[in-house]
Design a protein around this ligand. Structure first.
Ligand SMILES: [Ca+2]
Ligand SMILES: [Ca+2]
Ligand SMILES: [Ca+2]
Ligand SMILES: [Ca+2]
Length: 108
């Protein structure tokens, strides 16, 4: 049996090389400058060579795939799940969580 994680890692395996030899692995490259690297685009399900995969004028990084008021690229930065509006399943949406505990929700 193959788990989702193993599946993802297997597909990413070829991306561990550094094709353009700039010191950044292919998986970490952001080829289309949409704030998501290749690995992140793979996780979100967007095109790593197109900054606006669905052509709606919003770049893949700025899209909010799970409608939790946090842009995809920020979800990765904060360690949230870009495909789950409540990553820690505590009933509070990621955008309503207060990551840095400054009394202001993430989305503001
Ligand atoms: Ca993209
Ligand atoms: Ca878009
Ligand atoms: Ca989320
Ligand atoms: Ca939560």
């Amino acid at each position: 049996m193959i788990t989702n994680l193993q599946d993802i890692q297997a597909k990413l395996n070829p991306l561990t090389k550094d094709t353009d030899k700039d010191g950044i692995k292919d998986a970490e490259e952001d080829n289309d400058s949409d704030k998501l690297n290749t690995k992140e685009e793979f996780i979100v399900g967007t095109n790593s060579t197109n900054a606006d995969s669905d052509k709606d004028g919003i770049t893949d990084g700025e899209e909010d795939r799970d409608n939790d008021k946090i842009a995809n690229y920020l979800e990765f930065e904060l360690g949230y799940n870009p495909k789950n509006s409540d990553s820690d399943r505590d009933g509070l949406k990621d955008g309503d969580e207060d990551f840095d505990r400054d009394g202001v929700p993430n989305s503001l």
